[in-house]
Design a protein around this ligand. Structure first.
Ligand SMILES: Cc1cc2nc3c(=O)[nH]c(=O)nc-3n(C[C@H](O)[C@H](O)[C@H](O)COP(=O)(O)OP(=O)(O)OC[C@H]3O[C@@H](n4cnc5c(N)ncnc54)[C@H](O)[C@@H]3O)c2cc1C
Length: 430
């Protein structure tokens, strides 16, 4: 099946408010490098940046435009922890590795803040993430989980919220309580990606857009990477950082990573009404299986993420698709215009843990943060860079995560995924 190829940079509020977007030339001819990086999202850009800073000669190949994948289209929300709760990780990998994974996730948030500061990236980075429960009995579970994070991991930045406290912060009748994670946050995702690209270029990375990798041969001494336009790169390593947009390139990745589409709408500026929707500068994500996530933009719009589709291309008429999700949470916005609607493709795995592997001696992959990559992807790119330098401890920890292949083989896995996800999405409506 053809891989999903969203258009380079859709019309979005992010594109409308993007910092200058330089063009990087397509690759022509034959290039040589220490490391070839596939993908100009957070994972690839961070891997390239960290390698260049360590003195490596790096060529980065991006099929479309830098930041035009999930990294330039997402909700911008910075979450704590991995995509799965710590108690799941404790049960599946043991307390010791679960502690290391928590520490990695804490480092990932710090790395985002450090990259923004160190490279002067102008991306509206703000602290604070509210996790809102849409079922009454979830509230006690959220509070117990917050206590577990405090007691077992020493994480103090999380505050339980009862229904009244939640209502004071989020003007929706849909929520019964939750937690306020002061260690979470949000940013302008496209400007973060563009800032990383600028930093990588200044560090010496050669970036090439409109250069799709079509194959790689690992001959033992290194890798020869071929591209759609006929150019090639000879490198010691290839880092595959194409996330949910890579399918068709490597069978092992295809078996473990599947792509789904998720959508966001931006309303017109809400003026004085904005603060009755979210009382402070925090972002919000809820407890639905298909998560609703939202925040206010600096110009007072509601950026509302809601709705997924389990097909291989983005749907049409996205504002009309997202609107009912938004109105279920904020019925008082029925009269509000939606100015932008866009979608993106993200990679997911069966266990929702990232797929980090050595595909052959000189080809490494890190992909599919299952909706948690704003914080995790830059660190995982850095961990790929460490692996290239022979520091394998963290890469191996991630490589041990239980990420079984999707059932069904190449023909049936997509219909099975659609059936499974549609069932859970339907339960959100009950
Ligand atoms: C709508 C949406 C909302 C989201 N919201 C959040 C959120 O609020 N918080 C959060 O933590 N996460 C969120 N995510 C997930 C997050 O955006 C991703 O986890 C993260 O951006 C992954 O970064 P990446 O670099 O691995 O992949 P991407 O940003 O997808 O980059 C991969 C790049 O590789 C390129 N590529 C693919 N194949 C090839 C090839 N063969 N040759 C060359 N280049 C190739 C693609 O064009 C693309 O630019 C969301 C995702 C979407 C789509």
């Amino acid at each position: 099946m053809a891989s999903p190829r969203p258009m380079a940079h859709p019309a979005s509020w992010y594109v409308a408010t993007a910092n200058p977007m330089p063009d990087f030339p397509s690759l022509t001819g034959e290039a040589e490098a220490d490391v070839c990086v596939l993908g100009g999202g957070y994972t690839g850009l961070s891997a390239a940046l960290h390698l260049a800073e360590a003195g490596f000669k790096v060529v980065l190949l991006e099929a479309s435009r830098v930041g035009s994948g999930a990294s330039g289209r997402n909700g911008g929300q910075i979450h704590s922890g991995q995509r799965r709760h710590q108690d799941f990780l404790e049960a599946s990998v043991g307390l010791d590795d679960a502690r290391k994974l928590w520490a990695l996730a804490e480092e990932s948030k710090a790395l985002v803040r450090d990259l923004v500061t160190r490279h002067g990236i102008d991306c509206d980075l703000k602290d604070g993430l509210i996790l809102a429960d849409h079922k009454p009995h979830y509230v006690a579970e959220s509070h117990a989980y917050a206590a577990h994070l405090r007691d077992t991991y020493g994480y103090e930045a999380i505050e339980p919220l009862d229904r009244e406290q939640m209502r004071a912060l989020v003007g929706s009748p849909a929520y019964y309580g939750g937690v306020f994670d002061h260690g979470g946050g949000h940013l302008h995702p496209l400007n973060f990606a563009l800032g990383l690209a600028g930093a990588a270029q200044r560090a010496g990375v050669r970036l090439h857009e409109l250069t799709r990798v079509t194959g790689a041969v690992d001959s033992g001494g290194g890798v020869t990477v071929s591209t759609e336009g006929g150019a090639t790169v000879k490198a010691r390593f290839l880092l595959e950082c194409g996330n949910g947009l890579m399918d068709g390139l490597n069978r092992q990745v295809d078996t473990h990573v599947m792509s789904i589409c998720n959508y966001i709408a931006a309303t017109e500026p809400l003026g004085e009404r904005a603060r009755s929707i979210i009382a402070n500068d925090a972002a919000v994500a809820d407890s639905k299986f298909v998560v609703n996530y939202f925040r206010l933009s600096p110009d007072g719009r509601l950026l509302f993420g809601g709705g997924e589709s389990y097909r291989r291309n983005l749907r049409d008429n996205i504002p009309d698709f997202v609107r009912p999700f938004m109105l279920r949470i904020f019925p008082q916005l029925a009269d509000v215009r939606i100015d932008y609607g866009w979608g993106g493709v993200l990679g997911i795995t069966l266990t929702r843990l990232p797929f980090v592997r050595r595909l052959s001696d000189h080809v490494l992959v890190s992909a599919a943060y299952s909706g948690h990559g704003v914080a995790l992807a830059p660190l995982f790119g850095k961990i790929l860079a460490e692996a290239v330098q022979g520091q394998l401890e963290r890469f191996d920890l991630l490589g041990r995560l239980p990420v079984p292949g999707f059932p069904g083989g190449t023909l049936l896995r997509y219909p099975l995924l659609v059936a499974g996800l549609s069932y859970y999405a339907l339960r959100d409506k009950l």
